[in-house]
Design a protein around this ligand. Structure first.
Ligand code: ASP
Ligand code: MG
Length: 404
């Protein structure tokens, strides 16, 4: 390990020239502790969206190559401005675009994946006390055309650079203090989490997605690169996400909820071998991801089969089921979109029985009906009616003392 740290600054941290100066101060202070900072930046607040809207103004379905050339340009403004801000703090600095670094990706414009980074120039800079400032979000493909990594992709750029440079950690500076035990907009008792494992962060992605591109966490997990999420406004400790599991890990780290699922039930399917495969196969063949599945016991040789999919795919899935049900003489298809998934997440769960019992009891006491349940080693999820989701989140947050 080196003494290199990546510091990534998002759009809100770079909203105006004053903010660039504030960010330069953070980098300077870190450098003064003996760390070698490599900065990664996004476009200034709102800039990427402005560019996307411009594209739509001239071409309904923008040409992918030109679209990426356009929407990656916000980051180019940011690197130059930050390098200048650092110079006015008397720090030597140099800006780099993906092209200058030969930061290669595959060819999927708009959602490219990084394949390699040439660190030669960066390492030379670092050894001569020059702070490199690198464009997040962009790469180049085989042809040298600019690609982009998907919205929020500069987090993934930062983690990839951290891995390539064998950095100590990857610090993601944003406008919140870290990841919270639940959405503070839903429950005011939400508390900042000090430490999370990669696994937990991935399971809590609905809480984390606002602070971090989830793909960056997958990347960090794969290469065991610690991520620290912190605010560029307060510079408090933040949330550390790494691979360490230890005895002090909280039983429950957080409670998340999502409203982007729908529940499909196919009635009166014959209870014979092969039916589950028959139902699920054509659904996944369409690229529709199935989340929770329940099949009931049969009383009259037929049963109900229920599962959830992303809400945006619900109609497509319903159509497939309608055709299927006709084929094997099943009953009608029911579609429920007014559902929420509420999930309790914590590595501490692995070694503690009784979490599920407490969870279900709490929901019962609050007269919240559980429609479906699924569990993994570190997560218990329930499907409830959407209008009771906030109540579920609050009561579980209380029951597990997450405000402490
Ligand atoms: N500027 C890009 C976006 O707004 C990338 C990023 O912010 O991470 O999505
Ligand atoms: Mg972001």
């Amino acid at each position: 390990m080196s003494n290199i740290v990546i510091q990534k600054f998002g759009g809100t941290s770079l909203a105006d020239t004053k903010r660039f100066k504030a960010v330069a101060k953070i980098i300077k202070e870190t450098s003064e502790t003996g760390k070698k900072v490599v900065a990664v930046v996004s476009a200034m607040a709102g800039e990427t969206q402005r560019l996307i809207d411009l594209a739509k103004g001239v071409q309904e379905i923008p040409d992918p190559r030109e679209y990426d050339a356009l929407i990656s340009s916000g980051e180019q403004v940011s690197v130059a401005l930050l390098a200048m801000s650092l110079r006015s703090e008397n720090l030597k600095s140099k800006s780099y675009t993906a092209f200058q670094l030969d930061l290669r990706t595959d060819d999927y414009h708009g959602k490219a994946r990084i394949s390699s980074i040439d660190t030669k120039n960066l390492l030379m800079d670092i050894s001569s006390n020059i702070t490199p400032v690198i464009t997040g979000f962009q790469g180049i493909n085989e042809e040298g055309d600019v690609t982009t990594l998907g919205r929020g992709g500069s987090d993934t750029s930062a983690v990839a650079l951290a891995v390539a440079l064998n950095a100590e950690e990857c610090q993601i500076y944003t406008d919140v203090n870290g990841v919270y035990t639940t959405d503070p907009n839903v429950y005011e008792n939400a508390k900042k989490i000090d430490k999370l494992t990669f696994e937990e962060m991935l399971e809590l992605s609905s809480l984390g997605a606002k602070v971090l591109q989830i793909r960056s966490v997958e990347f960090a997990s794969k290469y065991n690169m610690p991520i620290r999420v912190k605010s560029s406004f307060t510079n408090e400790e933040g949330t550390l996400i790494n691979g360490d599991e230890n005895m002090e890990d909280a039983l429950i780290s957080g409670v998340a909820h999502t409203n982007d699922e729908a529940k499909l039930t196919i009635r009166k399917v014959p209870d014979i071998p092969g039916i589950a495969a028959k139902i699920i196969e054509p659904i996944s063949a369409q690229g529709i991801e199935v989340d929770i599945i329940i099949q009931n016991v049969s009383e009259d040789k037929t049963t109900d089969f229920t599962f959830t999919v992303k809400r945006e795919k619900a109609f497509e899935a319903k159509k497939i089921l309608t055709d299927l049900s006709e084929e094997f003489g099943g009953g009608e298809i029911e579609l429920n979109e007014d559902i929420s998934k509420v999930s309790l997440v914590g590595v501490g769960m692995k070694s503690h029985a009784g979490v599920a019992a407490t969870m279900f009891k709490t929901l019962a006491e609050n007269k919240i009906n559980i429609e479906m349940i699924s569990t993994s080693e570190i997560k218990i999820s329930v499907i409830v009616k959407e209008d009771s989701a906030h109540k579920a989140v609050k009561s579980l947050h209380d029951a597990f003392n997450l405000e402490k």
